[in-house]
Design a protein around this ligand. Structure first.
Ligand SMILES: NC(=O)c1ccc[n+]([C@@H]2O[C@H](COP(=O)([O-])OP(=O)(O)OC[C@H]3O[C@@H](n4cnc5c(N)ncnc54)[C@H](OP(=O)(O)O)[C@@H]3O)[C@@H](O)[C@H]2O)c1
Length: 323
C-alpha cells in the first residue's frame, strides 16, 4: 500500500465516509426509493445479528419482507431474531446457523436451502471480519480470506439456482469496503503465504478488493441477476471497535450509525433505481462510484481476475468432494 494511496484515501474518507459525509450525501436521497412494500419478497442477510447487517435485516423486516438471518452464533442470532420480530411485528424472520469461514458448513446449508425450494429474491453478503493475527481454520484456510472471500463466493454461487427462480429480478448485494481502494488485486497469494509480516488490515483490504472483482465478474456471467458491491462508510460497530481500536478511539465522534451504514444496502435491495445502474457496479451513498482512486494503479488485468475466479471455483470443488 503506497503512502500516496493511503493519504488520498484517508482525506477522501474524512470528507465522505463519516457521519458528516452521510448527512451531505443524504440531501440528494429520494426517501420514496425505499418506501416499498416488501411483503412478497424474500431476503437473506449474512452477519445479521450485529451492526450494519442487523440494521439491514431490521429495515427489510419493517417493510414486511421474509428475512433469513445467517449467523454463526446461536445465542447472538436468536437474540437478533427475537428483537427484530418484536420491533417489526413481522414473524417471517428466520435464523440459520452458518459459520462463513467454514466452506463445508456453507455447502451443507446451501444444498438444504436450495433443495427445500424456499424462495429467495435477494442475498446480502454482509458478514465480514478483520483478524489481525494470522489464524487458520480447521480447513487450514487463512481466516480473513475464508470468511470474506471464499465464504462469500461459495454462498453466492451456490444460491444462484434459488435466486434464478425469483419472480422479480434477483439481486446480490455484497458489502465490501472503501478500504479496498488502496489495494490492487493479488490473485497469486490469496492466503497471504508470501507476505513477510502478516497484517490484518492489508488482508482485509485485499479481500474487499477481491469481493469487488468477484461482483463485476458475476455480473458478466449471470446477466439475469443484479449484482452490486458497496461501501457503507465508516460506521460505529463491534467490528470497528474490536479490530481497529485506535481508529475507533480517534474517529468515534465522526463515525456513522449502523443505520446510516446500512442505508445504501437497503436501497440496493429495494429500489427500482438501483436496477437501472450498470450491473456489477460499486456504490457509495446510493450512487455508483469508481472502484479506483485517481493515479493509484490498482486496476487488474482480465487474466488476474479470471485467475481469482478459477482459484475460488477450484477450492469450492475441492470442498464439495470432501462432503
Ligand atoms: N463498520 C464499518 O465502518 C465498515 C466499513 C466498511 C465495510 N464494513 C463491512 O460491513 C460488514 C458488516 O460489518 P459491521 O461493521 O456491521 O461489523 P459487525 O457489527 O461486527 O458485524 C459483522 C457481522 O459479521 C459476522 N461474522 C463475522 N465472521 C463471521 C463468520 N465466520 N460467520 C458468520 N458470520 C460472521 C459477525 O458475527 P458475530 O457477531 O458472531 O461476530 C457479525 O454479525 C462487514 O463486511 C465489514 O467488512 C464495515
Amino acid at each position: 500500500m503506497s503512502i500516496y494511496r493511503n493519504s488520498i484515501w484517508f482525506l477522501k474518507g474524512l470528507r465522505e465516509y463519516t457521519k458528516g459525509g452521510y448527512v451531505k450525501a443524504a440531501k440528494n436521497f429520494d426517501p420514496t426509493d425505499i418506501e416499498v412494500d416488501a411483503s412478497k419478497r424474500n431476503f437473506m442477510v449474512t452477519g445479521a445479528n450485529s451492526g450494519i447487517g442487523r440494521s439491514t435485516a431490521l429495515e427489510l423486516a419493517k417493510r414486511g419482507g421474509t428475512v433469513h438471518l445467517v449467523c454463526r452464533s446461536a445465542e447472538r442470532g436468536k437474540e437478533a431474531q427475537e428483537a427484530i420480530i418484536k420491533e417489526t411485528k413481522n414473524d417471517k424472520v428466520h435464523l440459520h446457523l452458518v459459520d462463513m469461514s467454514q466452506p463445508k458448513e456453507i455447502l451443507k446449508f446451501t444444498t438444504q436451502f436450495v433443495e427445500s425450494g424456499a424462495p429467495l429474491d435477494t442475498l446480502v453478503n454482509n458478514a465480514g471480519t478483520m483478524v489481525n493475527q494470522r489464524e487458520t481454520t480447521d480447513d487450514k484456510l487463512e481466516k480473513n480470506f475464508a470468511t470474506n472471500t471464499l465464504g462469500t463466493y461459495i454462498l453466492s454461487t451456490e444460491l444462484i439456482p434459488a435466486l434464478e427462480k425469483s419472480k422479480c429480478r434477483p439481486r446480490i448485494v455484497t458489502v465490501s469496503s472503501g478500504g479496498m481502494l488502496v489495494m490492487k488485486l493479488d490473485s497469486n497469494d490469496l492466503q497471504f503465504e508470501q507476505v513477510r509480516n502478516f497484517d490484518g488490515t492489508f488482508a482485509y483490504a485485499q479481500n474487499k478488493r477481491q469481493q469487488v472483482v468477484m461482483v463485476r465478474r458475476w455480473a458478466l456471467q449471470y446477466p439475469n441477476i443484479s449484482f452490486s458491491s458497496m461501501h457503507p462508510g465508516w460506521a460505529d460497530t463491534p467490528a470497528v471497535q474490536n479490530s481497529m481500536p485506535d481508529f475507533h478511539r480517534r474517529m468515534q465522534d465522526k463515525l456513522r450509525t449502523p443505520e446510516q451504514g446500512a442505508d445504501t444496502i437497503v436501497w440496493l435491495c429495494l429500489s427500482e433505481k438501483a436496477l437501472k445502474c450498470p450491473n456489477g457496479s460499486f456504490f457509495q451513498d446510493r450512487v455508483v462510484v469508481s472502484e479506483h482512486l485517481p493515479l493509484a494503479h490498482t486496476r487488474s488485468s482480465d487474466a488476474d481476475e479470471l485467475q481469482l475466479i478459477s482459484r475460488l471455483e477450484e477450492m469450492t470443488k475441492t470442498f464439495k468432494n470432501q462432503l
